[in-house]
Design a protein around this ligand. Structure first.
Ligand code: MRU
Length: 346
C-alpha cells in the first residue's frame, strides 16, 4: 500500500484528511498538536489504532514546542495541557487512551534526563507505536486469513483498512492478506450511516486495491444474508471489555444480531491496544454522542426539518454472546471469552 494514513515526515505529522475522501486525497501536515487534536475530534483522522498513533504524535509535537529546562513546568504542561486535551477528543476508542498512557509512562521514566533527551525518548516511543501497529496489522491479517474458506464473501461495517492504521488495518487486513494468499474474497460494505465510512472510505480503499467490493445501505444487510450471499461478517472494534462485549461503529450490533439469525459467523478483528481489561462489561464503555447535524444535515444537505430532535450515538456495544471470535495479533480467541493471558503477556 503506497499511501500512508499517518506518518512522520520532515518534523511534522502527515495525515490523509479522511473527511475529503473519496473526492480528493488531501494531506494535513502540521507541527502543532492543536491541529492534531482538531483532526481527531472531527474525524479527519479516525479509526481506533490511527487515533492512538495520532495522539502519540500529538504529544511529540506538544513537547517539541516546550522551551526551557524546568522539568516541573514540562511535566505540568505536557500532562495537564497537551495529553489532557488530546484525551478529551473522543471517548470511546481505547487505543487513544492506551497510546497516551504509553507517552505519559515514557515521560515519567525519563524525567531525570535533560529536556532534549526526554523529547528524543518520547519521539522514539511514538515511532515505535507507529511501526508496531504496522506489524500488528500484518499478524491480524495472517491470523484472520487462515479462518476464511476459499472462496468467500465477507460483510463489513465502517472502515477498518489502511486508513485506520500504521499498516493494513484490522478487519480489512484479513481481506488483503487472504487475497494475497490467493483466496477469492469478495466484500459487501455497509454504507455506515451517518458519516458513511463504509461508502466513502472502505469502498474507496478496496476498489483502489482491486478488491471485489459491493456497496449496500445498512438496512440491506438482512436481505443479502437471507439470500445466502454472505459467509462471514468481520468488523473492527473501538473498545473490548473483559467479558468480550465490544464497542464498534453504530450499527455493528445490528449486523451481529442478523448474523445470529442467519447462522453466519461474526468476527471482531482488533489489536491488544483495543482491549480494556479494567472494564468488566460493555455497560461501562462510554459511548460518544455526536452532533445532530451529522444526521439531519449530512454533508451539507438538509434531510429532516430544522430543529428535529436527534439522538446520535457514534458507537454501539455488541454483547459477547453474539461474537464468534476475536482475531488479534497473537491468535484467535473463541468463546467462552475472558481468558486473555496470551494477549496480556504479549
Ligand atoms: O468514528 P470512527 O470512524 O472513528 O469509527 C471507527 C470504527 O468504528 C472502526 O470500526 C473501529 O475504530 C475499528 S478500526 C480498526
Amino acid at each position: 500500500m503506497h499511501l500512508k494514513a499517518i506518518e512522520w515526515k520532515a518534523n511534522k505529522v502527515r495525515m490523509i484528511d479522511q473527511t475529503k475522501l473519496p473526492e480528493k486525497i488531501e494531506f494535513i501536515e502540521t507541527d502543532d498538536y492543536k491541529v492534531v487534536e482538531e483532526a481527531i475530534k472531527n474525524l479527519r483522522i479516525r479509526g481506533a489504532p490511527a487515533i492512538g498513533i495520532a495522539g502519540a504524535f500529538g504529544v511529540v509535537l506538544g513537547l517539541n514546542k516546550f522551551q526551557g529546562n524546568d522539568k516541573n513546568e514540562l511535566n505540568t504542561y505536557i500532562k495537564k495541557e497537551v495529553i489532557q486535551s488530546l484525551r478529551s477528543t473522543r471517548p470511546t476508542a481505547k487505543n487513544l487512551f492506551w497510546a497516551l498512557s504509553k507517552m505519559e509512562e515514557t515521560i515519567n521514566n525519563y524525567l531525570d534526563l535533560p529536556v532534549e533527551e526526554i523529547k528524543k525518548k518520547v519521539f522514539e516511543e511514538a515511532l515505535r507505536i507507529l511501526s508496531e501497529d504496522e506489524e500488528i496489522s500484518r499478524k491480524i491479517g495472517q491470523n484472520g486469513a487462515e479462518i476464511l474458506k476459499d472462496p468467500s464473501t465477507i460483510l463489513t461495517h465502517c472502515n477498518t483498512g489502511f486508513l485506520v492504521s500504521g499498516g493494513i488495518g484490522t478487519a480489512l487486513a484479513i481481506v488483503y492478506t487472504a487475497i494475497e494468499q490467493g483466496k477469492k474474497i469478495k466484500v459487501f460494505a455497509d454504507e455506515t450511516r451517518p458519516l458513511l465510512q463504509g461508502s466513502r472510505l472502505t469502498v474507496w480503499e478496496l476498489m483502489n486495491a482491486g478488491v471485489d467490493v459491493t456497496l449496500i445501505c445498512d438496512n440491506m444487510a438482512a436481505t443479502v444474508m437471507k439470500q445466502g450471499i454472505i459467509d462471514y461478517a468481520v468488523v473492527g472494534a473501538d473498545r473490548i471489555a473483559r467479558n468480550g462485549d465490544t464497542a464498534n461503529k453504530i450499527g455493528t450490533y445490528n449486523v451481529a444480531i442478523l448474523c445470529e439469525k442467519h447462522h453466519i459467523p461474526f468476527f471482531v478483528a482488533a489489536p491488544y491496544s483495543t482491549f480494556d481489561f479494567d472494564m468488566a462489561g460493555g455497560e461501562e464503555i462510554k459511548i460518544e454522542e455526536r452532533a445532530p447535524d451529522e444526521i439531519i444535515c449530512g454533508f451539507g444537505k438538509n434531510t429532516a426539518p430544522h430543529n428535529t430532535k436527534v439522538y446520535n450515538p457514534a458507537f454501539d456495544v455488541t454483547p459477547n454472546e453474539l461474537i464468534s471470535g476475536f482475531i488479534t495479533e497473537v491468535g484467535v480467541f473463541r468463546p467462552p471469552f475472558g481468558k486473555w493471558e496470551k494477549l496480556k503477556k504479549y
